[in-house]
Write a protein that binds this ligand. Structure first.
Ligand code: TLP
Length: 349
């Protein structure tokens, strides 16, 4: 099997820039962005700030950096932050919230969503021996929640409650573009209740690098300094910003195709003996496949032998993610994955 035959459903981060995107990157006008002189970075920052309805934006290397800047900006060492169960900022950022900001995350809710009650019960009283609760981090769509989209009313109510209690509210909007396409809501409407919002260009949008942190001008000025402190000041970054701009202009609407393909995968896998998929919960481009009596690592290995790659998300759970590089092969990917599950389940293919 050649690498061209591999169907890579591990993540929507695995995409390669399209020829048009590469051309936009090659042609980008650039300058030294640490001097604030890169016109393409400036254009990207203005565009993303406007799309998310915020005063300003900062182009950063990764979603991780955007989330961690948001935490560093709005907390003090020893604070507690409230996050969704399975939140990226607590699960997949190498312990940065503890190591860099010195805060401890407390997880609430299920499938990535939580309620006013969850937040209220988690806020620590203001007495000496308690940590100070300072921030609530939301994630929309929610990665470990299987690409779940927050219902807008719930998002607004919970965020407003947290703000009313004096807490900062951050949105990890790595996949806010998917949430917008799935609901028909404008990205700015989804971002509106939040003090800070991170958004990625390198997931479903298919750019090779980069994310943005959006907020008030004042917070973004402070974030720029923190980014430099973390070694994230970039020089002729217009080359990569051009890829992100191209992605914003050309790859947002097509996310609907990825969502349709995710539902196709969910339907195929939902009929395979040994696999359990909640088809109705597949709202965007992520499909969680539960294998209650099978070893997920083993099934992933058998799938790889059949030329389909998926991520292991638990001892009995796989994750498949659709994106622009598998748009035409997602169904074939699901069939190969189904064959791996059937083999692991001791059945005939
Ligand atoms: N998620 C990656 C892995 O890190 C798990 C993936 O394959 O889905 N927020 C959310 C909700 C994310 O899903 C990710 C990446 C990030 C932030 C971090 O983005 P990067 O990888 O750019 O640091």
């Amino acid at each position: 099997m050649t690498s061209a035959d591999i169907i890579d459903l591990r993540s929507d981060t695995v995409t390669r820039p399209t020829p048009e995107m590469r051309k936009a990157m090659a042609d980008a006008e650039v300058g030294d962005d640490v001097f604030g002189e890169d016109p393409t970075v400036a254009r990207l920052e203005e565009k993303v700030a406007s799309l998310l309805g915020k005063e300003a934006a900062l182009f950063v290397t990764s979603g991780t950096m955007a989330n961690q800047l948001a935490i560093l900006l709005q907390t003090r060492r020893g604070d507690e932050i409230i996050v969704s169960a399975g939140a990226h900022c607590a699960w997949y950022e190498s312990g940065a919230a503890a190591a860099l900001a010195g805060v401890q995350p407390v997880s609430v809710g299920t499938d990535g969503l939580f309620t006013i009650d969850d937040v209220e019960r988690s806020i620590k009283p203001s007495f000496d021996w308690y940590p100070r609760t300072s921030l609530v981090a939301f994630e929309n769509t929610h990665n470990r929640g299987g690409g779940r989209v927050w219902p807008r009313a719930q998002l607004e109510q919970v965020a407003a409650f947290a703000r009313g209690r004096g807490l900062a509210v951050h949105l990890d909007g790595a996949r806010i573009w998917n949430a917008a396409v799935a609901t028909g809501d404008a990205p700015a409407a989804i971002a509106a209740p939040f003090d800070t919002v991170s958004a990625c260009f390198s997931k479903g949008l298919g750019a090779p690098v980069g994310s943005a942190l959006c907020s008030t001008r004042e917070r973004i000025t402070a974030a720029r300094k923190l980014r430099k402190m973390l070694g994230g000041g970039m020089r002729q970054a217009g080359v990569i910003a051009a890829g992100a701009l191209h992605a914003l202009d050309h790859h947002r609407d097509r996310l609907a195709l990825d969502h349709g393909n995710a539902r196709v995968i969910a339907r195929i896998m939902g009929e395979v003996p040994g696999a359990v998929v909640d088809v109705r919960s597949v709202e965007t481009n992520i499909v969680m496949i539960d294998l209650p009596s099978l070893d997920a690592e083993r099934v992933a290995r058998q799938a790889a032998e059949r030329g389909v790659l998926v991520s292991v998300f638990g001892p009995h759970r796989l994750r498949a993610v659709t994106h622009l590089d598998v748009a035409r092969t997602a169904e074939e990917g699901a069939r190969r994955l189904a064959s791996a599950v059937i083999a692991a389940n001791g059945g005939c293919e």
